[in-house]
Ligand binder design. Structure first.
Ligand code: ATP
Length: 199
């Protein structure tokens, strides 16, 4: 599976639409300090579903929308699309090319799309489970993460190995199932209370 292209519009410093094509080999992004290199990585992390604004180097989600310059008005929406080549069928879908899109409006509304069809964030995270591609996976390594891995902050080394070994998918499902079980326990308790009242 390869990255084909990244399209950014209205995200952070990208007021104009920018398309980055990932051709064969290594793609390097160079530029002076503060020109927006890290914003490209933030855009990839964001389109993969990152919810923590801290991970996007932002205080609140609204700040990821292009907020204008001296000569340009702020935009109302940020949109990022990431396209993958899936000819080897590593993603569990029949499409040979998969594009995921995330939009965020100043009103607070957000949208996710899979090949231009509206979907849930869960559909996207499920699609990429165990591929090593996720907003918090080892596919995106920032400088700060290298420090965290070396210092083993919050068990980060273990999490890395678990993702590589394909265990994290089961951990996520277990957590989800336990949450549902706890919800069912609460419902049962309520039923028992009602029965007690009726009796
Ligand atoms: P360095 O090399 O110093 O790490 P960089 O090239 O990685 O820098 P980034 O950190 O990606 O730069 O980008 C910082 C720039 O993005 C700043 O100029 C900041 O003003 C701009 N920026 C961040 N959020 C927004 C936004 N919502 N609207 C407009 N510009 C933004």
């Amino acid at each position: 599976m390869e990255l084909v292209k990244l399209e950014i519009k209205g995200f952070k410093s990208f007021g104009d639409k920018v398309i980055i094509n990932f051709d064969n080999g290594i793609t390097g992004i160079v530029g002076p300090n503060g020109c927006g290199k890290s914003n490209v990585v933030d855009a990839i992390r964001w389109v993969l579903g990152e919810q923590k604004t801290r991970m996007l180097r932002s205080e609140k989600m609204e700040n990821i929308i292009f907020n204008g310059t001296k000569n340009r008005k702020a935009l109302q929406m940020a949109e990022v699309s990431l396209t993958f080549n899936n000819t080897k069928n590593l993603l569990p879908t029949e499409y040979s090319q998969v594009t995921i899109t995330r939009r965020y409006y100043r009103s607070g509304e957000s949208e996710y799309l899979l090949n231009n069809v509206t979907c849930r964030l869960k559909d996207i995270t499920n699609l990429f489970l165990d591929t090593g591609i996720a907003s918090n996976s080892y596919a995106i390594i920032e400088l700060k993460m290298v420090d965290d891995i070396l210092n083993d902050k919050d068990n980060s080394r273990r999490a890395l190995f678990e993702e590589a070994a394909g265990i994290s998918k089961f951990k996520i499902r277990k957590k989800e199932t336990l949450r549902k079980l706890s919800g069912t326990d609460d419902d049962l308790e309520r039923v028992e209370d009602l029965l007690f009242e009726i009796e």
